[in-house]
Write a protein that binds this ligand. Sequence first.
Ligand SMILES: *Cc1c(COP(=O)(O)O)cnc(C)c1O
Length: 404
Amino acid sequence: MTFDILFNEQLDKLKDDGNYRVFAQLERHTGKFPQASEHGQDEARDVTIWCSNDYLGMGHHPDVIAAMTRTAESCGTGAGGTRNISGNAIHHLALENELADLHGKESALLFTSGYVSNWAALSTLGARLPNAVILSDEGNHASMIEGIRHSKAQKVIWKHNDVEDLDRKLAALPANTTKIVAFESVYSMDGDICPMREIIEVAEKHGAMTYLDEVHAVGMYGPRGGGISEREGLADRITLIEGTLGKAYGVVGGYITGSEALCDFIRSFASGFIFTTALPPAVAAAAQTSIKHLKTSDVERKGQQAQVAQLRHKLDRAGIPHLMNKSHIIPVMIKDPVKTRMIADYLMEQYGIYVQPINYPTVPKGTERLRFTPGPCHTDADIDHLVNALSTLWKQCAVSHAVA
Ligand SMILES: *Cc1c(COP(=O)(O)O)cnc(C)c1O
């Protein structure tokens, strides 16, 4: 009981700052996405989800659901332990082959989430490679930051997407270091895309390894969904490509791909791989089905691109400022934590629109925003309803129309 005072002190501070996180209580319904039921009030009501990372609606794809249920029925629910103890399920190996093929790599290794894959791979590389130095883009995801910290390797932060800064910092390192350049393709908060070719060229010039997080790109970019590295024809020049099965692929899990020796090295030394129960075979089968589908089907990607373009256009017409970028992520800037929360609450209560406010520490203070991710399942009417609601609230809440 007395310890609660300590917990509450910090929670109260968070609430005073407007940074306390409240989660919506949602129930999704197969086939209806992005419509869902919200259970926050006395009775459930319909809302439209506008911030899902199930970017393409693959979490509801009949083939993906069928693969999951069929495999659960034939193989049971859990994997029964770590792969160290319980062995590989054939479904794990089949999925790893699918992933290696997706990125044109020799090998792949599965983890229980994208977070764990970044944490485990970076901490193992940083801890075990001789004189490792990890050069980390300042916008990198928490999972990479934690992995680097845990590795205890020297860390050098370079300015976001700034290739000249990276070049300078690589040049300053002694010759006997093993240099690892860690970065993302699509950054999920601003939706900006890295200058991948330039980063690779600088890394190659200095003999550095490249570590790329494609979490917000796999499934959505490239002719087979292999991400920005596939679209740009650069995958073979990246040492390690990391991704998730939980976002555009609509399931759960994470992975790395690279050379056989690299994946064997992580498999053999990464605590975050060795000492945790493997993904359920049914999850692996569902993820493989989703990846396979998106390797040949372009319908979902085309639908997403069309709805993203439409929302941007209609926001522009309504004078609602949003960050310009070349991805599928549309950040609408409010720049105030309390107003961001308030507008999100009004959207939910008055318009049945669900979008999670993005506040500190996910983004820097003063850049609070709503982050919209239109997908192939959003209708034109959904988009009109959203833009009308935002226009009304913009006036009511006196938010600036100044361009972000
Ligand atoms: C979400 C995310 C991850 C973690 O992936 P999960 O599968 O959700 O654990 C890793 N990197 C980035 C950039 C992410 O946004």
